[in-house]
Design a protein around this ligand. Structure first.
Ligand code: GZL
Length: 334
């Protein structure tokens, strides 16, 4: 069975597999090469077109490194990689380019949830299976992609909110929220989860909420605005570490002490965030594991071999307070 036919057959079948959980270890090149991981029966490389969101945050850098370190020629892959600079039109253009190149598989992290059906229909018509990584799409037609692998963003927001309720909910608490990219799955879902977790506590009030687009620079600018407009802020809930780190800069510039005068809760657990947590400038971080390269390679191998893959593979996330961050920092992979 040709590569395309095998891949198409796999694309319509679904097999319940144990969800991939925990921190994924980068594939061992030697093992993968010995197993022919990624190579098709003819021994040639599997050509993968990957459209990445951008390079907006520490999380994205770690995610890109995991994918590029895993989808190597030694592991049986020919990776064509593009950076969309957080623009959907760039991702659609990249996907169309991969279709024109007739790659074996297309994988991407959709910068926003909506607006993908047309280009995914084109990939389907070309017989090219699509794997979603990290972020999801809101398409009603699940035949447009073979599998999604990423975190449960609603749960991440819920975990952040539950910590706030348990540790700060006994007193009135004015919260400002730094949202991720407007229209993106993590921004929509983390907000939903956080709001659900605090809904039963009348002390906690979100007094302002605005996108900082997942970047440190924009997070700082929005936090400066929050500080000017709101004389009393008790907590910042930032949808990622990078915006939280920007908020720290704004809080310190205002002569206040981050983590003390204004508490901060973020999501990702990248190195700079964990260091700020260890230093007491952030108070709690919910992890979002970026090391998706090995799981992506595994999905692609299965698709190319004509095996079925699970439609949705959820990556487990941990959470850290200051003590846990101090303990974990020396051995963190990102
Ligand atoms: C989450 C990922 C988000 C991170 C941000 O899986 O899509 O995008 O939380 C990144 O740091 O920019």
């Amino acid at each position: 069975m040709g590569r395309k036919l095998a891949a198409a057959a796999a694309a319509v079948a679904v097999l319940a597999l144990a969800a991939c959980g925990g921190t994924t270890e980068p594939a061992d090149d030697a093992t993968a090469a010995a197993d022919g991981g990624g190579a098709t029966s003819s021994g040639d490389l599997v050509v993968v077109g990957f459209s990445q969101v951008g390079a907006e945050s520490g999380w994205r850098a770690a995610n890109t490194k995991s994918i590029q370190d895993t989808l190597t020629a030694d592991n049986g892959f020919d990776l064509k990689f593009s950076d969309a600079q957080q623009k959907q039109e760039n991702q659609i253009q990249a996907i169309r380019s991969y279709i024109a190149q007739d790659v074996d598989v297309i994988a991407f992290s959709p910068v926003v949830e909506s607006g993908w059906d047309a280009v995914l229909e084109e990939a389907k018509a070309a017989g090219i299976p699509v794997v979603l990584t990290d972020r999801a799409v809101d398409s009603q037609d699940e035949s447009l992609y073979v599998s999604f692998i990423g975190s449960d963003f609603v749960l991440e927001g819920q975990m952040a909110g539950e910590w706030v309720v348990e540790n700060l909910g006994s007193e009135p608490l004015k919260v400002v929220e730094l949202q991720g990219t407007t229209g993106s799955a993590p921004a929509i879902d983390r907000k939903e989860g956080f709001e659900a977790a605090i809904a039963g506590n009348d002390n906690i009030e979100i007094i302002a909420s605005q996108t900082g687009n997942f970047t440190r620079t924009e997070g700082k600018a929005v936090m400066e605005g929050f500080l000017q407009a709101n004389p009393e802020i008790d907590l910042v809930f930032a949808h990622n570490d990078d915006m939280g780190l920007g908020a720290i800069e704004a809080i310190e510039a205002a002569g206040l002490v981050p983590g003390v005068d204004i508490k901060i809760v973020t999501i990702d657990a990248v190195h700079d965030g964990m260091q700020a947590l260890a230093d007491g400038k952030i108070n709690y971080i919910v992890e979002c594991n970026p090391l998706l390269g090995p799981d992506l390679a595994d999905i692609i191998d299965k698709v190319m071999a004509g095996e079925s893959v699970e439609k949705r593979i959820v990556v487990e996330d941990l959470a850290f307070d200051q003590e846990a961050a101090i303990e974990a920092l020396p051995t963190r992979e990102y």
